[in-house]
Design a protein around this ligand. Structure first.
Ligand code: DGL
Length: 268
């Protein structure tokens, strides 16, 4: 069977993972599902997150994907087992990839409230690097503000200052972007942090995990326009708005389809 990667997230965030993968492995057939009708996931209960993961992954399975890429940390933290059970194909996730990228002894993690409450990042980093100080910070305002589309707004800047404060006070040496929406804030975060603090984007770890399946990364991939010809992007609401908001990140306006899920969990 030919390769087809299935990505999913609550909205725009997973595109940060899609982009890293396409930069390294341009043109690989992919399908992306953004569950925009139910964003944000990170303020939901574990049982809702698990029910949603089951529906979303069943849809991807029906599209005959050959590997599922969990482009969402929140489902990775709370529903990895559900995803693996439902997918019936190999599943690639973010949290283990991020833990493998940790090099420092004092590490901050920015993530959604549900991911922080699960403790998944702390456990994963401590298991791989015993003795590491892990300071987690929940960022409930980030995803709704990012999805609203104005990445330069004052509310995002104030929220970022507030969320970074405890990590700076703990003198962390690196910060994991533990939600796939947060790489969209890289310019803002870099501006607010000293240069010595390394930002870790787990998507880069996911892209290199896929090397085993897809072969060596394409040389010069980063300089090329993103190859979206073999990518199908689907959302559960507002396809035109999603196409608009994803244009700056993808460097082109994608074609976006609306799909319906057999939904048991409603919008917040
Ligand atoms: N981008 C997702 C994550 O990595 C979900 C964010 C949300 O919907 O709250 O956690």
């Amino acid at each position: 069977m030919s390769i087809r990667l299935g990505f999913f997230d609550s909205g725009l965030g997973g595109l940060t993972v899609l982009r890293r993968v396409l930069e390294s492995h341009g043109g690989v057939p992919t399908i992306y599902l953004g569950d925009t009708a139910r964003v944000p996931y990170g303020s939901r209960s574990p049982s809702e997150i698990r029910a949603i993961a089951s529906e979303v992954v069943a849809w991807l399975r029906d599209q005959q994907v050959t590997t599922v890429v969990m482009a969402c940390n929140t489902t990775n933290a709370l529903a990895r087992d559900v995803t693996e059970g439902q997918a019936g194909v190999p599943v690639v996730g973010l949290i283990g990839a991020a833990a493998a990228m940790v090099r420092d002894s004092r590490v901050g993690v920015l993530a959604t409230p549900a991911t922080v409450a699960s403790g998944a990042y702390r456990e994963s980093i401590e298991a791989l690097h015993p003795g590491t100080l892990v300071v987690q910070q929940a960022c409930p305002d980030f995803v709704p503000l990012i999805e609203a589309g104005d990445l330069g707004c004052d509310a995002l800047r104030s929220a970022a200052i507030h969320y970074l404060q405890p990590l700076l006070e703990a003198s962390v040496q690196s910060i994991v972007l533990g939600c796939t929406h947060y790489p969209l804030l890289l310019p803002l975060l870099s501006n607010l942090l000293p240069e010595s603090i390394r930002l870790i984007d787990p998507a880069l770890g996911v892209a290199s995990q896929l090397d085993a399946l897809l072969g060596k990364p394409v040389p010069g991939g980063l300089d090329q326009p993103l190859a979206l010809e073999a990518t199908r992007i689907c959302v559960t609401s507002d396809p035109q708005g999603f196409a608009d908001r994803s244009t700056p990140w993808l460097g082109q306006r994608p074609k976006v389809e609306q799909i319906a899920l057999q939904s048991s969990v409603e919008a917040l």
